[in-house]
Write a protein that binds this ligand. Structure first.
Ligand code: ADP
Ligand code: MG
Length: 271
């Protein structure tokens, strides 16, 4: 077997709209902040918006389809982030025509990226479990499954775990997004442990509900790029650190700061 230096991770979910694109952008940027060379691959053909979240929509001239059609080189299709030059975005296609990339083309593309010594390739997967999903997961060796703590999202996530395993993806981790500790306390939301018990895969992160996520989306600046991180930003960074194996402990959303010093640093950074 070929030694794989690049970690190829698909970010997926059962239900749509649970935060795949948001978390792909923020975890990717966190990894870049931690010094990793990262490519974000927008495989959500037709609904692509990773470019908008990163504020890079005007910079996309070429896509992977142009690389296949020999209109440009792979380097020309890779759009560098404005702040972190070790973070790049690659869109598969500009058109709304779906399924215009085959599984073998997807694998070829990821192979070429792997030759360029990236540490991480994060694939933002389309919603649903049809051919677009199967193509997006095909080159990955790991998956991050996003769910919210709602029973409908959890049920769909459970089906996706089955599909991932059926496609030989067994290194799967869970992120629970849009968590509200006030609702959990009032017994109006499933607790973190309950969601994890239902799905039975390791927990990578928990991200709170935060209006700032929407503000950041509209500004085209991911939350984790801010100097002073909100709780949701800290939680996204925590997930990225855990993905790197740096930080073993899962963030506690009620006491997120590990030490008074860390709290003070976060508080003072923007002054
Ligand atoms: P997906 O890619 O799974 O379809 P998105 O990342 O586009 O989902 O997110 C769907 C919507 O939910 C967006 O409007 C986004 O801003 C919002 N959202 C995602 N995560 C959070 C959060 N933790 N708090 C508040 N809003 C969120
Ligand atoms: Mg999306």
């Amino acid at each position: 077997m070929k030694e794989q230096k690049t970690r190829v991770i698909v970010v997926t979910s059962g239900k749509g709209g649970v935060g795949k694109t948001t978390l792909t952008a923020n975890i990717g940027m966190s990894l870049a902040r931690l010094g990793q060379r990262v490519v974000l691959l927008d495989a959500d053909i037709g609904l692509r918006n990773l470019d908008l979240l990163l504020g890079l929509e005007k910079r996309i001239v070429f896509t992977a389809m142009d690389v296949f059609n020999e209109n440009c080189t792979l380097e020309q299709a890779l759009v560098k982030d404005k702040t972190y030059s070790n973070l790049s975005l690659l869109a598969i296609s500009k058109t709304r025509q779906r399924y215009n990339i085959s599984r073998s083309s997807m694998t070829m593309l990821v192979d070429s990226l792997q030759e360029r010594n990236y540490n991480f390739i994060l694939i933002d997967c389309p919603a649903g479990i049809d051919i677009g999903f199967l193509n997006a997961i095909s080159p990955a060796s790991e998956a991050i499954l996003i769910t919210t703590p709602e029973i409908t999202a959890i049920r769909d996530a459970d089906r996706v775990i089955g599909l991932l395993e059926a496609n030989n993806l067994f290194d799967n981790k869970l992120i629970i997004n849009r968590v509200r500790t006030d609702m959990i306390k009032g017994n109006n939301m499933l607790a973190i442990n309950d969601v994890q018990d239902l799905l039975g895969i390791p927990l990578l992160g928990v991200i709170p509900e935060d209006n700032q996520v929407i503000v950041a989306t509209n500004r085209g600046k991911p939350l984790v790029s801010r100097k002073r991180l909100t709780l949701s930003g800290l939680a996204m960074e925590n997930a990225a650190q855990r993905l790197l194996g740096m930080d073993e402990a899962l963030i506690n959303l009620e006491t997120p700061y590990k030490s008074p010093l860390q709290f003070a640093k976060n508080f003072l950074m923007n002054k």
